[in-house]
Structure formats: structure tokens, C-alpha cells
Design a protein around this ligand. Structure first.
Ligand SMILES: Cc1ncc(C[n+]2csc(CCOP(=O)(O)OP(=O)(O)O)c2C)c(N)n1
Ligand SMILES: [Mg+2]
Length: 345
């Protein structure tokens, strides 16, 4: 089923599966429930769907020769909880799959059109305020999202420096007391980079001598770095061995859990001014980028298993099962995100 499928078809298939998955779940049956405020759950889903349709737009723009960037957020949409739980005052250096983080944080800055900002970046527009058209990046001064290069893990030392500076500025009387934290997101393969390990070591070393380090590292673990597999259990083992860094774990498939755990992790960093690492289990639903034929190294059953773990559909089904909305309402939300009526895309 997957060999030979163009990546644009694969994104469209994801969207079709979302719609079909809601039709077949009209009775509201599902194992995972949404245990927080229903309105919150719906807003998070709205951001996740906007990002799903931005993924589609990225592929369509590429196919028509207008866009150039097709590394997608598909499978990493649980980062939406971090966009919600942190603030523009929390400097954030996010992963290139964190569209949902970006879109959800923008809810706090209503005057910013975040969908347009991402779209400008996709077409390398000179009007893109983050990169001026040089590269697709997630970055925005009003959102407190610091643009990154595509060199994986290179942002982690910078993030550690920012956390150090937040506290140092206060001690030197250069800024009023703050409860801001730094957020730094990295992939599972990126975690092995010596730059990441150096940044984590510097954090532990600083805390060991009573330096405050309010930083939340997030490792979005989809089990792959392009075509190279992360050995099962590696991120868990690696992150258990970080002195003074409190470890948290959550699965994208259960957004209630992800929200609750992320809330705890953010609160821990904010109130104790100590570092934490959230290991967030994700999936990769497409090839690494549009040009990557993942069926060359992933058997069909593995791709099928990833699709069955789509966090957007899982969250929508949880909302249904919890009685937060009807399938018709959720399908209407998807249609608006897709550009029907007054929708943005
Ligand atoms: C320093 C550096 N080495 C290699 C690359 C090429 N590269 C781009 S993405 C990637 C894999 C990253 O995998 P992971 O960190 O797990 O993130 P994912 O794409 O799976 O979300 C690699 C090796 C790079 N961009 N930077
Ligand atoms: Mg990965």
C-alpha cells in the first residue's frame, strides 16, 4: 500500500483517515479519555488540525513549485500542550516538527496570524519575519520563539545560556524577578549529539554548585533519525542518567496524560528554578521530509502501526468518548482548519 506512494498522497491519506476515524467512532467508544476542560480540549484539537493542514499545504506548495520545505509536524502534534502551558515570556527553542507548539502559543498573541507566518516561511517569502526567506524556521519575537538553524541540537547550548542569563540578570539587578523558564526541544537522534550532551552536562554541573537553571528540555522521541532507528528504551535510559535533571514521561497518544505531565514539568521548572526533561513519546507518520521514501526502510506493518497512533485522531476520539463534542462538530472543526468557509487554509 505504501511503496510508491507520493508523500503528498500520504498526507492526504492521513487527513482521510482522520475523517473516516471519526465517522467510525460516532458512538464515542474509545479507550483514551479527555480528563480536562472540554473547551481546552477543543482548542488544542483546533491547533493540531491547523498544523495537519499546514503539512498538507507544504506538500501542495512543493508539488506546484511554490514551496520548498516538506519536513512535517505529523505525529508530533502533542507539542501543542507545551505551546499552551508556557508563555511568550518563556524563551523557547523548538523542534522543526513543533508546528502545534507554535500555533497554540500564538493563541496568547491574537494580533499575530500564526498560520500566515508559517505559510510565508514555507514559500521562503522575503516577508517572513523570522528568516526573511532564507529558510523555513519556527521563530517569532512576539511569541518568544527563538529561530533555530537546521543543525540538530545546536540550539541546546544556547538554551542553557539563556536559562543561566535569566537568573544572572536578576541577581545583577538588570531585570525584575521573573518566573520565566526556557524551553528547548530536541529529537531522539538529536539527543545523541555531543552538543546536546554537552549542554545537558553543563546544566547538571551548574545545578551541582547551586546555580539556578530554569530550563525544560523536551525530547520528542519518534524512534527514528531519518532512516536510523533509536534502540528501544534508549531515550529512557539516557535521560535517567542526568544528574539534577528531573525526568518526566508522557505519550502523545493520550493528550490528557501529556497535558497533565507537561503541566507538572513546567510548574516544577518555574517554581524550583531547576531543570527538567520531558520525554515525549511521538510517532513519525510520514517520511523524514517529502523527498524521503520511508517505505524503503520501514515495513508496511510499521507504517500502519504509526498511522494507528496518529495523535490528532487519538485526541479527537478521546474528546468524542468523553462527550466533549459530537463527530459532526469535530468534522466541522477539521473543515474550518482545512479552509472550508472562513477557514484559514
Ligand atoms: C548536526 C547535524 N547533523 C546531521 C544533520 C542531518 N539531519 C537532519 S534531521 C536529522 C535526524 C534528526 O532526528 P531526530 O533528532 O530524531 O528528529 P526527528 O526528525 O526524528 O524529529 C539529521 C541527522 C543535521 N541537520 N545537523
Ligand atoms: Mg526522531
Amino acid at each position: 500500500m505504501y511503496p510508491g506512494r507520493m508523500s503528498l498522497e500520504r498526507v492526504r491519506l492521513l487527513i482521510e483517515r482522520f475523517r473516516a476515524g471519526l465517522q467510525s467512532a460516532r458512538d464515542g467508544s474509545g479507550n483514551v479519555l479527555w480528563r480536562h476542560d472540554p473547551a481546552l480540549g477543543l482548542e488544542l484539537l483546533e491547533s493540531m488540525l491547523l498544523v495537519r493542514h499546514l503539512d498538507r499545504a507544504a506538500h501542495e506548495l512543493r508539488a506546484s513549485g511554490h514551496g520548498h520545505y516538506t519536513i512535517c509536524s505529523a505525529g508530533h502534534e502533542a507539542s501543542v500542550v507545551l505551546g499552551r502551558l508556557t508563555r511568550p515570556g518563556d524563551p523557547s527553542l523548538i523542534h522543526y516538527r513543533d508546528g502545534a507548539f507554535f500555533i497554540e502559543r500564538a493563541r496568547q498573541v491574537p494580533e499575530l496570524d500564526a498560520v500566515r507566518a508559517v505559510a510565508l516561511s514555507l514559500v521562503a517569502s522575503a516577508e517572513d519575519p523570522a528568516s526573511g526567506g532564507r529558510h523555513k524556521v519556527f521563530g517569532s519575537a512576539p511569541l518568544g520563539i527563538v529561530p533555530q538553524t537546521s543543525t540538530i541540537a545546536s540550539h541546546l547550548p544556547r538554551a542553557v545560556g539563556l536559562a543561566f542569563a535569566l537568573e544572572r540578570k536578576e541577581r545583577l539587578g538588570l531585570s525584575p524577578p521573573t518566573d520565566a523558564i526556557v524551553v528547548a526541544v530536541v529529537g531522539d537522534a538529536g539527543m545523541n549529539h555531543s552538543t546536546a550532551l554537552g549542554a545537558l552536562n553543563a546544566t547538571s554541573w551548574a545545578v551541582h554548585q547551586s546555580q539556578k537553571m530554569p530550563i525544560l528540555f523536551v525530547c520528542e522521541d519518534n524512534g527514528l533519525g531519518i532512516s536510523v532507528r533509536t534502540p528501544p528504551g534508549w531515550i529512557e535510559t539516557r535521560t535517567q542518567a542526568l544528574p539534577h535533571v528531573r525526568r518526566f514521561f508522557a505519550r502523545s497518544m493520550d493528550l490528557s496524560e501529556a497535558y497533565g505531565v507537561a503541566e507538572e514539568a513546567v510548574r516544577y521548572c518555574r517554581t524550583t528554578r531547576r531543570p527538567a526533561l520531558l520525554h515525549l513519546e511521538c510517532v513519525r507518520l510520514l517520511g523524514h521530509a517529502g523527498s524521503d521514501v520511508d517505505s524503503a526502510y520501514r515495513p508496511p506493518a510499521e507504517i500502519e502501526a504509526a498511522l494507528a497512533a496518529d495523535p490528532v485522531l487519538a485526541h479527537a476520539r478521546a474528546l468524542l468518548a468523553s462527550g466533549c463534542a459530537t463527530a459532526t462538530e469535530l468534522l466541522a472543526l477539521d473543515a474550518r482548519a482545512a479552509g472550508g468557509g472562513d477557514g484559514p487554509l
